[in-house]
Design a binder for this molecule. Structure first.
Ligand code: ZN
Length: 147
């Protein structure tokens, strides 16, 4: 668990133009920064970053939020993962709260779900590559070259 004051510190410290700037080339346009949206295909930039407000907004696809939202969306990560990413970027130490029995139970549940997922993923991969149906259907979906 990340304590709330650490969360606040991460959000206060993260500069939206730097966080977005790691992934998108931004140009200054008045008080804002402008770039090509990383969430949809566009030729003329409509992805706007406001350093003063600490937010981004795309006028093409409507995606908007703060630094944490950007990392969640762009890196496909969860809220705590995005906070950890930003903490690392800004050298903010996260003092994890000591886990309660309830926390541990939740964590165990998460871990068993992960194991189930890994198993299912392995099973389906094997089906695709090893079984006759998998070969017949699966292979036809892949381009011949390269496989
Ligand atoms: Zn967009």
């Amino acid at each position: 668990m990340i304590p709330k004051d650490t969360v606040d510190r991460i959000i206060e410290t993260a500069r939206i133009e730097e966080v977005v700037g790691d992934f998108v080339a931004l140009k200054r346009r008045g008080v804002n920064m402008l770039g090509n949206c990383p969430f949809h295909n566009e030729r003329s930039p409509s992805f706007t970053v406001s350093p003063t407000k600490g937010i981004y907004k795309c006028f093409g696809c409507g995606k908007a939020g703060n630094s944490v939202n950007f990392i969640m969306e762009h890196e496909n990560s969860t809220y705590p993962e995005a906070l950890r990413y930003l903490a690392k970027k800004y050298n903010i130490e996260i003092e994890e709260k000591e886990l309660t029995a309830e926390d541990i139970e939740q964590q165990n549940e998460k871990e068993s779900l992960f194991v189930v997922n890994t198993f299912a993923q392995k099973y389906f991969t094997e089906q695709l590559w090893e079984s006759d149906n998998g070969k017949a259907i699966g292979y036809s979906l892949f381009p011949r070259a390269g496989l």
